[in-house]
Design a binder for this molecule. Structure first.
Ligand code: AMP
Ligand code: MG
Length: 332
């Protein structure tokens, strides 16, 4: 028997709805990006985000069902991100899911956005879902590494003490007058660097340190720009990107080797970065590197619906009292 689920995602500035079959096959994956609404502010404005989610979510659901060739009555479950994220934004997706669950009398599954990002690597049967693995989550709001031991069972083994890595990409881009979001723009511009000098110091080099930090390098970049106003932008972003990514790579392999785990999954918006993927592959010595295709690194509903399938099979449902949470506890 096939299990069909609808997944909703509205934790930040993408509104998304996706129909997934049996936790893996994507029948539709509709994403409305709000980037153009937030561009003039160089970052996400929470009030604008939640209003925009509200305006488009019903239409997105209709489109996702139509594209998948299914109707509401074909759905076995409804899933939505309920943590972590912007509270007003999360509410739109979760309340919509509650209404659908109530009206159709189908199970509601509230999903951890971070666990779903990592699960994206296993959609479309690209990889067999096996545990444990070391999961690197690098996005605009989060930078953390987990030992993922099973569905709903992930231990955080290192995280940022200040900014997320994607946030640092966005802020460095802003200081240089580049477009928002900064990640893809910086990746492209860095390819034009002629002089490839390490203009900024390595981050958190003490042995045994498990933390990440991105506010220091951000300040170093700003100070450098102020002291060298005519410096080449491509060379600045090259140097920034190398240091920012180097820390991710260094930490991931240190954790993997310490724990004797040979599978590494990299996910989240920053995992779309080709230089990060190349650095991870180059540093591997027997470790398997797994990452979703770049399109599934960004926020999407398929990862929500796909992960929720496993909770559905385990009959781990949520009731209508489930709420949103801006932060996430490490265990479900
Ligand atoms: P997310 O928070 O998962 O929605 O991802 C958005 C974040 O990923 C933003 O901070 C982007 O700047 C960043 N990002 C997207 N693409 C890239 C890329 N190619 N390189 C680095 N960062 C990226
Ligand atoms: Mg995300």
């Amino acid at each position: 028997m096939n299990v069909i689920g609808l997944g909703l995602e509205s934790s930040c500035d993408e509104t998304a709805a996706s129909v997934v079959k049996n936790g893996s096959e994507i029948l539709s994956n509709i994403i409305f990006s709000q980037v153009s609404l937030h561009r003039e502010y160089s970052g996400v404005v929470p009030e604008i985000a939640s209003r925009a989610h509200l305006e488009v979510i019903n239409g997105l659901i209709d489109t996702a069902l139509a594209k998948a060739g299914v109707s509401f009555n074909d759905l076995n479950y409804i899933a939505a991100t309920n943590r972590p994220g912007l509270v007003g934004s999360l509410l739109v997706g979760l309340q919509t899911a509650k209404a659908i669950s109530f009206a159709l009398d189908i199970p509601l599954i509230a999903v951890n956005h971070l666990e779903a990002h990592l699960y994206a690597a296993f959609l479309e049967g690209r990889q067999e879902l096996r545990f444990p693995y070391i999961g690197l989550l690098a996005s605009g709001g989060n930078t953390a590494v987990y030992e993922v031991k099973g569905i709903g069972d992930m231990e955080c083994i290192g995280k940022t003490i200040d900014d997320a890595v994607g946030e640092a990409f966005d802020k460095v881009a802003k200081y240089l007058g580049l477009e928002y979001p900064g990640g893809p723009v910086i990746e492209k511009l860095a390819l034009d660097a002629v002089k490839k000098e390490m203009l900024f110091p390595k981050i958190l080099t003490a042995g045994g340190d498990t933390r990440f930090s991105y506010s220091g390098i951000k300040t170093a970049v700003v100070n450098y720009i102020n002291a060298n106003p005519s410096a080449d932008k491509a060379e600045i972003v090259y140097a920034f990107q190398e240091r920012a990514l180097e820390l991710l790579v260094r930490r991931v392999f240190a954790f993997a080797r310490k724990r004797g785990i040979k599978r590494i999954v990299a996910a989240g918006g920053v995992a779309a970065n080709g230089r990060l993927r190349a650095l991870l592959s180059a540093a591997a010595a027997g470790e398997e590197i797994i990452a979703p295709p770049p399109a599934l690194c960004a926020d999407n509903g398929a990862m929500i619906s796909g992960l929720a399938f496993h909770y559905y099979m385990r009959k781990e449902f949520d009731d209508l009292s489930v709420d949103v949470r801006s932060r996430v506890l490490e265990r479900r």
